[in-house]
Design a protein around this ligand. Structure first.
Ligand SMILES: Cc1ncc(COP(=O)(O)O)c(C=O)c1O
Length: 438
């Protein structure tokens, strides 16, 4: 068995996470249940922070909160000294409500609304990462209306191909994010910001994709950053103050994934930028990264109850769990793979292949296909699906009017509720019956 940090098997043969019996957690909080190991989360934050401190005089880690944005998680990440990257009004609002200093917040997004930009400018956040020309016009308008300036960085699309699912490749030429470098859009954006009364030309940014295991695309990114910064210096006489390298560092979902130590990526970025900047006599600016999945992904586990088994003779055995694409859409969306265990029977041999199905009305509503489970797997057993900390809760929906599960933190034998399970009352609270239908 390939258990994550903080996991163990107790004398009852149950999976434990940070000293908590997962079968007891399932009983206490109900299932499906998102479980986050707080100690593991803090460890990941510290690993990134200390790697940045080791390799850069001036480096910053911004947690990409799209992976999992909720008050308790933001509070923990903030207490470990990381900044927070948000990508919507809702994420930014949650961070502000949590009491995170606006100076530690940045706002991303390829289709920001005027309201979102207003929230950012009004609250004096650290930086907006601009993604399009119309957005630059909107930022200018908002700043003028509020008589407030704002730091603006430019999201670059330098045409970098990474070996990842097409849906998480974010810097190729034909993709909705950022300003093209090759076609001259990015330098035009720099010129607009540089000539603006309200926008401060701050930095350049690029997020090349997600679940990346190779360092090579980051090397390519460094070259594009220094080339572009030199171009800006030459054409506009301006100096870029921050290189933001985005996130995307891969994590372990199954044994087939072999993630690198975070430090290896940081070391490579540092060596590449230092060499390239000194070759071009460019002052090395503040360097930041925006890891999401690699901070929270492996710290999360989802617990399910088995509702029943269905054998399709000579074809496949399905195990019906009480979750599905409403709480984990990644399998349906990206054909994601997961490691799963029978948390209530960890000491039994896992050598019968079953496919874990959700409860939604779609054949593609699967948690994971053909995964080894004990022969005795049956109704009432508790399943644990690993590495569900990132893009599970944050992508949850009410499809089929299922309620979004609760999320708990576990730490050294203690558990605490961090998000309440939705109730049927909650999900119907905004429903109205127009007068004529009553
Ligand atoms: C701009 C930006 N930064 C950071 C991230 C985080 O990526 P990951 O969770 O793979 O580290 C994303 C993910 O989509 C992103 O779009």
């Amino acid at each position: 068995m390939n258990l994550h940090y903080g996991m163990d098997i107790n004398e009852k043969g149950h999976l434990t996470i940070s000293g908590c019996d997962t079968v007891d957690l399932a009983r206490q909080y109900g299932t499906p249940l998102y479980v986050i190991d707080e100690d593991f989360l803090r460890l990941n934050c510290r690993k990134f922070k200390s790697a940045m401190e080791k390799y850069f005089k001036n480096g910053r880690v911004m947690y990409a909160s799209k992976a999992l944005n909720t008050k308790a998680i933001l509070k923990i990440v903030d207490s470990e000294g990381l900044g927070i990257d948000t990508v919507s009004g809702g994420e930014l609002y949650t961070a502000l409500e949590t009491g995170i200093s606006p100076k530690k917040l940045e706002l991303h997004g390829n289709s920001k609304t005027k309201d979102e930009i207003e929230m950012a400018v009004k609250n004096d956040i650290y930086c907006i990462i601009a993604d399009g020309f119309d957005e630059l016009t909107m930022i200018e308008e908002v700043c003028q209306e509020l008589s407030k300036p704002i730091n603006v960085s430019i999201r670059l699309r330098p045409n970098i191909d990474v070996h990842a699912h097409h849906a998480v490749q974010t810097a190729k030429m034909d993709c909705k994010f950022g300003f093209g470098v090759i076609d001259g859009q990015a330098i035009k954006a720099a010129e607009i910001i540089n000539n603006s009364k309200w926008m401060n030309l701050h930095g350049i940014h690029c997020h090349i994709g997600s679940q990346i295991f190779s360092e090579d695309p980051f090397k390519e990114l460094c070259r594009h950053f220094v080339d572009f910064a030199c171009d800006v210096r030459e054409k506009l006489g301006a100096v870029i103050k921050e290189f933001n390298c985005g996130g995307g560092f891969g994590v372990r979902y199954t044994e087939a994934d072999e993630p690198k130590q975070f430090e290896a990526f940081i070391k490579l970025i540092s060596e590449s930028l230092t060499t390239l900047c000194s070759e071009r006599d460019y002052p090395l600016p503040l360097v930041s990264i925006e890891p999401g999945r690699s901070i929270i992904g492996e710290t999360g586990t989802t617990l399910y109850t088995v509702n029943g088994m269905k054998e399709i003779t000579d074809i496949r055995t399905y195990c019906m769990c009480d979750g599905g694409m409403f709480e984990n859409v990644r399998t349906a969306l990206y054909d994601a793979k997961y490691t799963a265990y029978c948390a209530s029977k960890m000491n039994e041999k896992h050598d019968r292949f079953v496919s874990i199905a959700g409860k939604c009305c779609e054949s593609g509503d699967m948690i994971t296909w053909d995964t080894p489970m004990p022969h005795s797997l049956a109704r009432g057993d508790i399943l644990a699906v690993l590495t569900t900390g990132a893009y599970n809760y944050s992508m949850a929906s009410n499809y089929n009017r299922n309620t979004v599960p609760a999320l708990i933190l576990v730490n050294n034998g203690k558990s605490s509720l961090a998000i309440k399970r939705q109730s049927y009352e909650y999900i119907t609270a905004n429903d109205l019956l127009p007068e004529y239908l009553k």
